[in-house]
Design a protein around this ligand. Structure first.
Ligand code: PRT
Length: 115
């Protein structure tokens, strides 16, 4: 954690708008839409792109490249949301899981797994 945390809360509305666009692209022309083209290439290609963006984000982190972390994180989040949309998973499903975990320390959760 640094003291560079954003003062303003996250604009979840922007993510919801993006998700709605991703759903709408299911019936879009692949000639006109990157997302429609990606859906057309199938789940493996979506997963591959997600993996690539994750590696690029991790690399930017190792290099302490702030602009790179921001840019690659946007690519990563975007492709993650394409996967959600393709799999019929809504952002709310992810938020519900995060809410379920709220207050449960990762260390405690790890201990429980070995019991
Ligand atoms: N947020 C994004 C977004 N972020 C990244 N990208 C695209 O993701 C691609 C990833 O870049 P790469 O260089 O890795 O990919 P590439 O070389 O095209 O891919 P491959 O040849 O490796 O498959 C680029 O084409 C980026 O433009 C995005 N494309 C779209 N969006 C959003 O999705 C909406 C719908 O997009 P369309 O479906 O294209 O209209 C847009 O209005 C935006 O809001």
């Amino acid at each position: 954690m640094t003291d560079e945390q954003p003062a303003a809360p996250i604009d979840w509305a922007a993510l919801n708008r993006l998700y709605a666009t991703l759903i709408a692209r299911k019936s879009a022309d692949p000639e006109q839409s990157y997302v429609a083209r990606l859906y057309g290439k199938g789940r493996q290609k979506i997963a591959q792109k997600l993996g690539e963006e994750a590696v690029e984000t991790a690399l930017a982190g190792v290099l302490d490249d702030r602009a790179g972390i921001i840019s690659e994180s946007a690519d990563l989040l975007f492709h993650l949301m394409v996967l959600w949309a393709d799999a019929g998973i809504a952002p709310d499903d992810i938020m519900a899981e995060l809410t379920r975990r709220e207050g449960l320390s990762g260390l405690d959760e790890k201990k429980r797994r070995t019991l």
